[in-house]
Design a protein. Sequence first.
Lengths: 263, 410
Amino acid sequence: MTRFAATFAKPRPALVAFITAGDGDTAANLDALVAGGADVIELGMPFTDPMADGPAIQAANLRALGKGTTTADIFAHAAAFRTRHPDTPLVLMGYANPMTIRGADWFAAECAKAGVDGVICVDIPSEEDAELGPSLRAAGVAPIRLATPTTDAARLPDVLNGAGGFLYYVSVAGITGLQQAAQASIEEAVTRLKAATDLPVAVGFGVRTPEQAAAIAKVADGVVVGSALVEIIAGHGEAAAAPLEAFTRTLADAIHGAKENAA
Amino acid sequence: MTDLPNSFRTGPDERGHFGAFGGRYVAETLMPLILDLEREYRAAQADPAFKAEFDHLLEHYVGRPSPLWLAERLTADLCASANEGFGAKIYLKREDLNHTGAHKINNCIGQILLARRMGKTRIIAETGAGQHGVATATVAALFGLPCTIFMGAVDVARQQPNVFRMKLLGAEVIAVESGAKTLKDAMNEALRHWVANVHDTFYIIGTVAGPHPYPELVRGFQSVIGNEAREQILRAEGRLPDMLIAPVGGGSNAIGLFHPFLDDAGVEIVGVEAAGEGLDRRHAASLAGGRPGILHGNKTYLLQDEDGQITEAHSISAGLDYPGIGPEHSWLHDIGRVRYEPVTDAEALASFQKLTRLEGIIPALESAHAIAAAERIAPTLGKDKVIIVNCSGRGDKDIFTVADALGVEL
């Protein structure tokens, strides 16, 4: 059973926690997320031009690059994480250029070697899957696809074709960390997506509080939180692990208990 | 260079690729919209009423056709320094005479007509120096649509006259504080805004870059330059030119001039990249100094480091100051149909002054790069040869930059 399958087989929704690699003390922050109860880790690969990100994650990208974070550093973080946490799924999230610049096969092989379970590439839609997808699948790394409010029924099968890990529902047409989607629209979308795929569905973009997370967790298999965590790192710099763990725990508790509380 | 295509004019393929370049590297949120745009563009291409309205606006609003001017004094000057029997004849395609002072308006007219067809009610655009921003604000005023222009904060500070022009035209100008605060960051911010406003907003991209179908449709609207030049040179010389030269930033004026001639084997084609302070220092020559990568929706040559992080471009010409280039240029470069040559800030500055003094035409610094390449090449060609240089814009906007570079206080 893959780490994704084992995680999503648990009878409770998952917290998918995002931070940017190289921003603050990455190893300590990753440990804090796991200690706080995060079920899946998304490690952002910093990029000079993060087109899909809002101000919080843009700033995290610049902080990480400003410290000289390289792709080799990111894979070193990933490999070390895998040694410390053998069971927690680890996803790399980022943009096409840093992922493909040395060739998709190279990137996929490095992912497999470092124990990365899945990859989310923001700017490779299903139309351009050939750029990265075949290499990832051949290396046993899941290409995690994004569905959005603009993904209509006609497109959805293409988006799902070749997808793996889980389906990431971007709940707002917009960038990370800003507006929040209406709960009703999320419920409608998750129902529609789950009817179309056996993959678990995680919902993200604009989720900042335990209350929001709990509401989404009532209907989804996972909830993604990024900007709110990244802002804690922005505020605490190299000493963010303790507050990060504390906030992660409030999110994890809210999400893990959401379906019981609803029942 | 094996497997050359039968025609250089059939691209892109149905997936928006020019060979290994181009494509649609955008967030899923935007995919349905750019598929819509492609459908609407195909419908517009097949609609004689669309073409008639486009042509009408180009003639009566933009002032087309733009003249093809035989630069006799520039030609004579270059002949004087050439060996006996050498010194090609130089014609200038006068895009600087268009309304708003550059080729940019051709594309803006076309795209705002598409926006109206699609029922979009707001216009956004990115701009570097402000030329595309002014052209977009102009057509938005003409069509009565609200318009927001994204411009890097650094560019806002150094291009105040164009910022004021855009505001006079009724546009909102947003100073982009993210990243390096220049053109690429303005484009990032425009894409972010677009993703959040796809339902009512049309993004007028200013060059032959971005996701398919933008490179194709911008080329389509700019090809009026080459189509006119072809007719004009046949009238003036009774034959096709021996060479075309145009400056390339994103490359819309260049592709507009080049595309109608790509299948004419006798026409040599030269694109001019901004070599800034020199290729071993800060520059904006994506082909000479970059390598293929993915940015802003397309795969193309980019200035980047070994990890694929985008590096800053530099050129004295703000219009060439971009770390990428349109994907069709990357393809034309790789297959060898177009030759791309670098020209430095210093060379462009010298040609800016030379053309001004010899022809009474103050060229944009972008165009001055092409003039500099012509000065280099013309004396090596026979007197019977004919070159068309794209004078893509006028230089009024650049007089402050030029004064500064020459150490003159205004």
